[in-house]
Each structure stands twice: as C-alpha cells, then as structure tokens.
Design a protein around this ligand. Structure first.
Ligand code: ATP
Ligand code: MG
Length: 257
C-alpha cells in the first residue's frame, strides 16, 4: 500500500437539494483529497453540508455534479467496502448486539464469511464482551456506540465514514469511546472521514482537518494537525490551533466542549 497515494479524490463537487420547486445548494464546488490510511476530520457549522458529503460518499445521494473517486474509480458501495458509524448508532432494536455487529458483514459477504477471531478481538478491545446477547434497548449510549464501531470495523472497510459519531454521548463517555476508537483504528488504519462540529474532537481525531464554510459548504482551509491522537501535548500549541480553527469558523455555530 502506497501511503502517499490519494485514495479519495473529490473534484468540483456540487450538491443541491430540490424541494417544492426550491433549490438549496448544500455543497458548492469542493475539492478534497484523502490519503490511504488517513483520518480526515471535516469541521464546519450546522447546515454546511457535512452530512451531505457523507451521503455522497456512501451513495445515499447519487445526484451530484463533479467527480468523487475512490482508488481512481467512481465511488460505488457495491464495489467498495464502506463502513458507516452514524450519530444515532444505527442499531436494529430487535436484533441482539451480536446480530447487530454481524449485520453489515453478513449483508456484504454472507454469514459464513464472518471472521470470528476478529469479532472476539473487537469485543475485547471495545469492552463489550459479555453483552453479545443483549438488545440495544438494554445498553447505555456509550455501549451502543461501541457496538456500532465494532460493526463498522468487522466489515473490514476500506473507507470508514463517521457522521457526528460521538456527539450524542456525555463528555466523559465521549472521551473514553474516542480513545477506544483510536486504539482500534491504529491497529487497522482504515481511511476515515469524520465529520464533526466539535473543535476538540477534530484536533484529537483528525490527522488532517478540513474546515468548511457555513452554508453552502466550501473548503475554507486544510490543516495538517500536529496534535493528532496525542493525549498529552503542549497546552499552548493546543490553544493556538484551537484559536486558529475558531477564527476560521468565526465562532458562529461551532462550539468547543
Ligand atoms: N433532504 C433535504 N432537502 C432539502 N434540503 C436539505 C436536505 N437535507 C439537507 N438539506 C439542506 O442542505 C444543507 C446541508 O445539510 P447537511 O445535513 O449536509 O448539513 P450538516 O453540515 O450535516 O449540518 P449539521 O451539523 O446540523 O448536521 C442545509 O442547508 C440543509 O437544510
Ligand atoms: Mg449533519
């Protein structure tokens, strides 16, 4: 694997929604390149098109202008393995934890292709061993989110999409789950796009931080983040980066937790 290669290449992407004769431009001509094995955090205010970008990459939205390439070919969830970790966990409530974790891999490859050893490792790594037979309604928010992460990793995706994946968690649980996510991610280094409106999360989890303008979304800036994945760092360096990002985002609808 050539780590300098761009795995995702987005050129002149423009997306608009049509609703009752009214047109909303959600994304306005963005270019974005993401390298193999990189976590790219996309940060921007509410309504700037972050979820729209995730929907384009997962082909929920097919009607767009511009090019969205994965390994040089048009992105296609049937051809590619795309994992999604949504904000609301996306668990099926009448299926057990185990059935939920198997779900994406089962749909993609069939049940007999589930890697049982990897599954056990994920249960242990994400501290959800023992919960396999429970139903989602009997789990805490943090446990549900870890189940959702396990499901995405079990699929062995070549692209992982995370849409505000940690935002529904309370601050302490959020930090713990972010740390576990990073530990699992470091082992498999899956190319990841993480959208967030949380500056602290972008600094902790984004190797590269892409800043979107308010609606319609355009790329204001791209930053190589020296503080990526660091749990201890020079507080002045953190404050400086935080301030820079806040300034870019004009402090309007973005917030720091
Ligand atoms: N189905 C839709 N029909 C019409 N307009 C839509 C639709 N979905 C989103 N939009 C509009 O497109 C723009 C971008 O929405 P999007 O959901 O991508 O924003 P976002 O950055 O994810 O916001 P948030 O941080 O609040 O989740 C917004 O102006 C939104 O109102
Ligand atoms: Mg959104």
């Amino acid at each position: 694997m050539n780590l300098d290669e761009n795995m995702i290449e987005i050129k002149n992407l423009k997306v608009h929604y049509k609703e009752g004769g009214k047109e909303t431009v959600a994304i306005d001509e963005i270019d974005l390149n993401i390298k193999k094995g990189e976590i790219c955090a996309v940060i921007g205010p509410s309504g700037c098109g972050k979820s729209t970008l995730v929907k384009v990459l997962s082909e929920i939205i097919k009607d767009y202008q511009g090019n969205v390439l994965m390994d040089g070919k048009k992105v296609d969830p049937k051809e590619n393995r795309i994992g999604l970790i949504p904000q609301n966990y996306g668990l099926v409530k009448w299926k057990t934890v185990e059935e939920n974790i198997f779900l994406s891999t089962k749909i993609k490859d069939g049940k007999k292709h589930i890697d049982g050893v990897f599954y056990e490792r994920l249960l242990n790594k994400l501290h959800i061993k023992g919960l396999e037979k429970r139903y989602p309604n009997h789990l805490s928010g943090g446990q549900k989110q870890r189940v959702s992460i396990a499901r995405a990793f079990l699929l062995k995706p070549n692209l992982l999409l995370m849409d505000e994946s940690f935002s529904a968690l309370d601050p302490m649980t959020r930090e713990a789950v972010q740390k576990l996510f990073l530990e699992v991610w470091k082992e498999y280094k899956v190319t990841t796009i993480l959208v967030t409106h949380d500056i602290r999360e972008a600094i902790y989890l984004g190797e590269k931080i892409v800043v979107f303008s308010s609606s319609p979304g355009r790329v204001i800036n791209t930053i190589d983040n020296p503080l990526f994945s660091k749990s201890s760092f020079d507080i002045h360096q953190y404050e400086k980066l935080n301030k820079t990002l806040r300034k870019m985002l004009k402090g309007d609808q973005c917030y720091e937790r």
